[in-house]
Write a protein that binds this ligand. Sequence first.
Ligand code: AMP
Length: 467
Amino acid sequence: MKFTDLGLDDVILKAVVEEGYTQPTPIQEQAIPNVLSGRDVMAAAQTGTGKTASFTLPMLHRLLPHANSSTSPAKHPVRALILTPTRELAAQVDESARRYGKYLPLRVGCVYGGVPMPPQVAMLRAGVEVLVATPGRLLDHVGTNAVRFSSVEFLVLDEADRMLDMGFLPDIKRIVDLIPPSRQTLLFSATYSEEIRRVAGAWLRDPVKIEVAARNTVVDTIQHTVLEVSEQDKSRQLVRLLHEGKITQALVFCNTKIGANRLTRHLQTKGVDSEAIHSDRSQIERTTALENFKANKTKVLVATDIAARGLDIDQLPYVVNYDLPHNAEDYVHRIGRTGRAGQKGEAISFCTPSDKESLRAIEKLINKKLELNVSSNSGPDQAAVPASSRISNTDIKRPKVETKRPKVETKRPKGDTFFSEPYTPSESVSETLVPSLDNKEARVDKGANKKPIAALFMPPSSENTGE
Ligand code: AMP
């Protein structure tokens, strides 16, 4: 199929051609005609599949009748609202929408936390048709009347599973209640948990269900290497790998922000250009770290899961799981940063004796046996590593952050406790990353390592990076 077969307007196709896209991806082939015909869509697709264009292109097409060059804010109400879990993903979607819509007099804007409000308020007051937002900051703007949703025709819930995992359900609920029910709703999620189905059941109308091959079915291009190491030897092994010369650039994952900071400092003392990206860093620091990494100015970007979620980094050859993730799905999200668009990539994971159970859960999820390799140069050498630089997986308790949101009056649905009781991630029904909508066998126990998060109408935790 060609892009020209999809029914998109020529001005949009012109921008697509300039992006260098020659052919629609599977999610685009399936989603674009359905969005164009006005259907709600529930799609199982992850970052890297081309999902952003799959909703942005047809939305822009359908907004064409509203395109105008008037300077009056009244002529530019919010017509499409795209909610994303993280600031980085919001910025990426915003950038893509601007590029796809560059020949249209439609305004695209973005709001997320961690940066000053006034420029965002000015942008909102001037008027913007396509608004990309993280839920918390958006509600801040709702609270000050900087934005209204009465003209919203499209609502996109991007990476919906992650937004729920991060405790955003109450915030999203408040926002959805402010949007006219006549809207078209598009939901994108890597997994179809019970919670996602309930959200879809409540907010989508007879959605078209779309599944595309998820990243773990295309990881044939990704080589998985698991190195058996002791906790004490991890930092030395990583430095060794980086100094061997094979790894040109790597995205390295730690399970905690403190761990990421320590590892970054350690790598820097060993002469490895590295920066950290996590939610305790300021937005400017995060943006700079990401830009430096994308521009090849740094060799290593040390990341936590949430900050790295949805990052689109071209030609990333290596992902290193310095800490094996406790949640098996995070393994697939992490390694999905490499091996994109058919390119080769390698995922190197450190596995300590206490990680064996997590490794088994990952094998079960991706349906692949991961051989444990004993490092050729193993053995503790902590003398080379100052005690302060040693990374440990001790359970780090985060301080509770008290954030106060402006009160927004919304109606709550009656009789459904799902929306009025504390949200707890599914204990047993998060489905695989090859999401078959009715594939019950493929379910894995996602909740085993998770704690209940964010009671309804309570602020999300500080790791929730949209704030
Ligand atoms: P996404 O899944 O939306 O994050 O997109 C992942 C990457 O795929 C981005 O770098 C897009 O620019 C790229 N992309 C999206 N659609 C296409 C296409 N049809 N052909 C080639 N690359 C694409």
